[in-house]
Design a binder for this molecule. Structure first.
Ligand SMILES: Cc1cc2nc3c(=O)[nH]c(=O)nc-3n(C[C@H](O)[C@H](O)[C@H](O)COP(=O)(O)O)c2cc1C
Length: 147
């Protein structure tokens, strides 16, 4: 996918009192999205349901973060971490996410995610950390292009 880099510079700040909630099936396909998730990601509910959660994956996120996430939740443990997400308009938003299983009669049936805002310092720290991780893993890093 080819983007104009300037589109990536617009941040949507998650309000303090808002909770972004989504659920996926065991394959990571979105089965539920609350209103805040729709608003912050810029998608309608209809655009999110049935899509892979990687729809909001930001290219700044190192792939090892998601490998670790999936290893953790497949073991039926809770994962939490700081995630930079991509909006439909190519802007971004940062969250602290807690992902865990949804159980029915003791059987894991889905995954759920609750996301809350983080501080400016946490964003800065994680942007630097994720840039470093992508570089170390030979993943694509940001370059500025002018059109
Ligand atoms: C409940 C749940 C919520 C998730 N939320 C996000 C999210 O907000 N952003 C994101 O990039 N990936 C999220 N993921 C991870 C994605 O499924 C996916 O692994 C990730 O976007 C990386 O994409 P890839 O596995 O296609 O490389 C979530 C997974 C689950 C199970």
């Amino acid at each position: 996918m080819q983007y104009n880099e300037s589109e990536f510079l617009i941040e949507t700040v998650v309000p303090e009192d808002e909770l972004i909630i989504s659920r996926t099936n065991l394959q990571g396909i979105i089965t539920y999205a609350n209103e805040t998730f729709c608003e912050i990601s810029g998608y309608t509910e209809a655009e999110l349901i049935g899509k892979s959660h990687s729809l909001v994956r930001h290219p700044d996120m190192p792939s090892v973060v998601f490998k670790e996430l999936w290893l953790t939740i497949k073991e039926e443990k809770q994962w939490s971490g700081i995630v930079k997400n991509l909006r439909k308009d190519k802007g971004f938003y940062w969250v602290h996410a807690i992902i865990s299983g949804v159980y029915k009669d003791g059987v894991l049936v889905e995954y759920k995610s609750l996301r809350t805002p983080i501080t400016f310092e946490q964003k800065l720290e994680h942007q630097r950390l994720y840039d470093k991780m992508r570089k170390e893993n030979g993943e694509k890093t940001r370059t500025v292009t002018y059109e």
